[in-house]
Design a protein around this ligand. Structure first.
Ligand SMILES: O=P(O)(O)OC[C@H]1O[C@](O)(CO)[C@@H](O)[C@@H]1O
Length: 501
């Protein structure tokens, strides 16, 4: 259900634009595995990862489908072994009670969201922990709390070159080696890696038969459907993981079959384009009225902003329009008591996607009714607002001038757009559908804006500078001299305070 500020004529014009930009041909090229990620000369074939759950024949290359099937089999062996406690047969530790998933960005956000969202489906065989950040706080806390002999570490990095992941991996390796009295081989049994760079994972010390593949045709932010999602399979079991894939595949089928007028990803995309380009709204919020979807907006931040945060067209030409709005969000009803004031009466209009769940996984019906009532109320309040006359009728105290002043404060402009997405229940299947819905929304917007939604050159510069700063922080004066005055001053301030201790 949407309350977008679009009339039929505007929607038809946007649909005609999508048709003129060839969204259907572009979509089919993606599903076929053409190199649509032109700057990296790669396919974007995340849909092939879930094609097994599709009703439609997959146009992805047979070799790709075979690799996907083989990898799913390997994941199933591992997940089944963890569930039955027969891990030793796979060269893993005899007992596994805890799994630490080490990875960042796309190698973290999607899997973490899914593991949290599917809590009622957890088998309970293992506890799952996530270690995305290079901040040593979380790493050292985990090393204090967990029993290394019963811990399985998943090193998840498409490139196997990500600083945060490698540093945490090294810290955990040292912890495991120490727990095995210096026996590196025994410690290596605790590692599984998921990477497109198998040789780097092996060089790190992960046994070759513990490395699951990734491929250059899967973007990090689209990778939870691959072995990157092994932690999901460990948490909920492989049959549930396959249901997640199936849900996504059903959304793929809908995206492939439905005309734009009925096509949910296309309609979401067109509403977003209208809000951004016709109405000029600079941001967009996703509010889930479900605690278990608390990480949804964070995952979508990467899916939308890393994909569409581009300032030139895929062919290098200048863009005609602004691209991705800032995506932010949180969990309702908590955020009603935080930033909703600004959504209702602030000077900027922020379109909202409300995500709700009709049937909860608990018996507290009163709580759930209140949750849904809040969702519906917020969408209605944003749309309808409250006129000055209505506010005036409510203001009883004081003289006419005071009542008038109060009424102005209590007026809501309304006419603020939102969409409501309701899941029947939060299951592996519906979660798969929801996440694929947004992936395809992004695809359509990329198509209309003419940008490459599958590269992310904008994250490279900071990484390069951080590598160069490291030796300067360690006291290499020559390295420090190369930086701009602000960076130099900050490095010196940090060094001075370290020395002062
Ligand atoms: O899986 P990797 O190679 O460690 O990369 C992690 C993340 O880093 C990024 O490249 C951005 O820094 C993301 O696109 C990616 O999901």
């Amino acid at each position: 259900m949407t309350r977008q500020k679009l009339d039929v004529a505007a929607l038809d014009a946007l649909g005609a634009l999508a048709e003129a930009r060839g969204w259907r041909a572009a979509r089919d090229a993606m599903f076929r595995g053409e190199a649509i990620n032109t700057s990296e000369r790669r396919a974007a074939l995340h849909t092939a990862l879930r094609a097994g759950g599709s009703r439609l024949p997959s146009p992805a290359p047979a070799a790709v489908r075979a690799e996907v099937a083989a990898t799913l089999e390997r994941m199933a062996h591992i997940a089944d072994a963890v569930e039955t406690g027969e891990t030793a047969a796979l060269g893993l530790p005899e007992t596994v009670t805890d799994v630490v998933h080490v990875g960042i960005g796309g190698s973290d956000l999607g899997p973490r969201l899914a593991v949290e969202a599917l809590a009622p489906y957890h088998t309970g065989r293992v506890r799952c922990h996530f270690l995305p950040n290079v901040d040593g706080d979380a790493t050292s806390t985990l090393m204090r709390r967990l029993d290394p002999r019963r811990t399985l570490v998943l090193l998840v990095s498409k490139s196997f070159g990500t600083q945060e992941t490698l540093l945490n991996g090294r810290a955990l390796r040292a912890w495991l080696v120490a727990a095995h009295d210096g026996d590196a081989e025994a410690a290596a049994r605790h590692f599984i890696a998921v990477s497109a760079n198998v040789e780097a994972a092996v060089a790190f010390g992960v046994p070759r038969n513990h490395v699951l593949p990734m491929w250059d045709w899967v973007g990090g932010r689209y990778s939870l459907w691959s072995a990157v999602g092994l932690v999901i399979a460990l948490a909920v079991g492989m049959p549930r993981f396959r249901e997640l894939l199936e849900g996504a595949a059903h959304m793929d089928d809908h995206f492939r079959e439905a005309p734009w007028q009925d096509n949910l990803p296309v309609l979401l995309a067109l509403a977003g384009i209208w809000n951004r380009n016709a109405l000029g709204y600079p941001s967009f919020a996703v509010i889930a009225y479900a605690d278990r979807l608390r990480e949804l907006y964070a995952h979508l931040q990467q899916v939308e902003m890393e994909s569409l945060g581009k300032r030139v067209r895929a062919d290098g030409g200048a863009l005609a329009d602004a691209t991705v709005p800032v995506l932010w969000g949180g969990v309702g009803s908590n955020v009603q008591h935080a930033f909703f004031q600004a959504l209702h009466q602030g000077t900027d209009v922020v379109p909202v996607d409300f995500v709700g769940v009709v049937r909860p996984d608990h018996a507290l019906a009163d709580n759930h009714d209140a949750l849904l009532a809040n969702l519906l109320a917020q969408a209605a309040a944003l749309a309808l607002g409250k006129t000055r006359e209505e506010a005036l009728a409510e203001a009883s105290a004081g003289d006419a001038a005071a009542r008038e002043a109060l009424a102005v404060q209590r007026t809501f402009p309304g006419d603020r757009p939102s969409s409501v997405i309701l899941l029947d229940a939060l299951t592996p299947h519906s979660l798969g559908m929801l996440l694929a819905l947004y992936e395809h929304k992004v695809f359509v917007q990329g198509c209309l804006w003419g940008v490459n939604a599958f590269d992310q050159w904008g994250v490279e510069l900071g990484k390069t500078i951080a590598s160069a700063i490291l030796p300067a922080l360690d006291g290499d004066a020559e390295a420090g001299a190369a930086f701009d005055p602000s960076t130099r001053a900050l490095i010196e301030a940090i060094q001075a305070r370290r020395e002062a201790r």
